[in-house]
Design a protein around this ligand. Sequence first.
Ligand code: APR
Length: 186
Amino acid sequence: MCKMLEVISGDITALDVDAIVNAANERMLGGGGVDGAIHRAAGRRLYDACLAVPEVRPGVRCPTGHSRITPGFNLRARYVIHTVGPVWRGGAHREPALLASCYRSALELARHHHLRSIAFPAISCGVYGYPLEEAAAIAVRETRVTVSDFDRIVLVAFDADVHAVLLAEANATGSNDAHVPNHSNN
Ligand code: APR
């Protein structure tokens, strides 16, 4: 029972974990940001696997707040868990509940597939415009409650400001189970 929440900075596509989480959109066919980076690193087969995910309605393979799993193909990670964060529209459109649901549904899928390690990017904190401090509070809260179910849960920051905010949030709310390495990547 190791049980620690890690906050690191780096490129999520390089991580050697059972699953990396993708901040996708509802179509699940790629995009910019971390989504683009994951698709580039995983290769064309990831696009094909995403295309094969059934639509729940026209143009929607994964509704906002939900998650879907595919293999990782050329990635070191065995799986990609695609989740769709909310677009920030001021905070009164269920954004906090939807963002929490991204973390919960991704973790639920990981448990279902008996995965032991999982890494998350800062879902919704790029193009989707979610305020960083509020998103970090949700990320830390939702992952920390389930650390005992995994060997490793990693929150990955690509940018220095995201790293600083995640680190501050983890430290502010942490207990002995929190492990926050201060190095770059791993
Ligand atoms: N590793 C880790 N984090 C990364 C990486 C990477 N290689 N590349 C970008 N990020 C970070 C961004 O810096 C940001 O902090 O991921 C966070 C999420 O940003 P976005 O990728 O823009 O995701 P999001 O805000 O959820 O918007 C999703 O963007 O490209 C589209 O298809 C995607 O439409 C969807 C939307």
